[in-house]
Design a protein around this ligand. Structure first.
Ligand code: R5P
Length: 315
């Protein structure tokens, strides 16, 4: 392990430390400062010459700051002669703009992939990408982990019965199917229409939910509209308890308030994004992906297969 070194940006140092603890590794020393005009300056304090370097930084809000900081850290590491640089991005932001769905719009997921590559990233380690195809936006190796087993551990302890897994939109069917298979549960789908970035409307529910306990699964909760609207429609359709397992808790705008006032019993998110103190709520539980990332980093470092971490759940 003497060639392995990990650094954290300012995006989520608590997760970076927790990952390093599982690796029995001290986090590498670096400083990040802001100039008075807002520009970022990074200094890598530890020697990285010839090292296998992992930079841990989710590109969560403030997304622009966190992305820029990650790029600058990678540039500094490349210029300091690191032998390999892996960007560990527990939450890959800007992923929802992944195709031209209207004229004259960008594909930001591809743009961020290009920026990372040009900065000097040799490989990427991420989790529950918004769309699997984003892997193809990179011409460098990318490992996409799945949070499913972490959620399975949480919900198995709750001994839930009579369960149906629900996707809150058609785009999430593959993810929901993987959960239904893993939980040996039924599957239902909410047919949602998005009227604006903050507003969604439920059109239909496909599948049987009457009298069932339901678990809504999704990759991202941002404004909470998709989840809260889906929960309401499910309750109207006769669902009993309503739980949600959502990998990335962006929780923007008034999402927490919406969830508190909703029919949702418990929302479980991972710690891919830090949960600010003011966003903590009785209804929101956090499960950690620190061990999952630590194991993946170890396997990448020792050139071992990492597919054992998600055997049978790949989508
Ligand atoms: C959409 O395709 C995603 O999987 C999520 O359903 C969506 O990003 C959630 O956004 P919001 O919480 O703002 O409804």
């Amino acid at each position: 392990m003497d060639k392995l070194i990990a650094f954290s940006g300012t995006g989520h140092p608590a997760l970076a430390k927790a990952i390093c603890k599982h690796l029995d590794l001290e986090l590498g020393e670096s400083t990040v400062i802001r100039f008075s005009d807002g520009e970022t300056r990074v200094k890598i304090v530890d020697n990285v010459r010839g090292k296998d370097v992992f930079v841990i930084q989710p590109t969560c809000p403030p997304a622009n700051e966190n992305i820029m900081e990650l790029l600058i850290m990678i540039d500094a590491l490349k210029r300091a002669s690191a032998s390999r640089i892996t960007a560990v991005i527990p939450y890959f932001g800007y992923a929802r703009q992944d195709r031209k769905d209207q004229p004259r719009v960008p594909i930001t997921a591809k743009l961020v992939a290009n920026l990372l590559t040009v900065a000097g990233t040799n490989r990427v380690l991420t989790m529950d990408l918004h769309a699997g195809q984003i892997q193809g936006f990179f011409d460098i190796p990318l490992d996409n982990l799945y949070a499913i087993e972490v959620f399975v551990d949480y919900f198995e302890k709750k001994k839930m019965t009579n369960l149906t897994i629900v996707s809150p939109d058609v785009g999430g069917i593959k993810m929901a199917r993987a959960y239904a298979k893993r939980f040996h549960a039924g599957l239902a789908i909410v047919d949602k229409r998005r009227n604006s970035p903050e507003e969604t409307e439920v059109m239909h529910i496909l599948g049987e939910v009457k009298g069932k306990n339901v678990l809504l699964v999704d990759d991202i909760i941002a404004t909470g509209s998709s989840l809260v609207e889906a929960a309401h429609a499910l309750r109207q359709a006769g669902a009993q308890k309503i739980f949600a397992a959502i990998t990335h808790g962006v929780l923007s705008a008034n999402a927490v308030e919406k969830i508190s006032n909703s029919e949702i019993d418990t929302l479980v998110i991972t710690d891919s994004i830090p949960l600010a103190e003011e966003k903590k709520s009785q209804k929101i539980k956090v499960v950690s992906v620190d061990e999952l990332f630590a194991e993946a980093i170890k396997r990448i470092h020792f050139e071992k297969s990492i597919s054992v971490l998600f055997d049978g759940v790949g989508r």
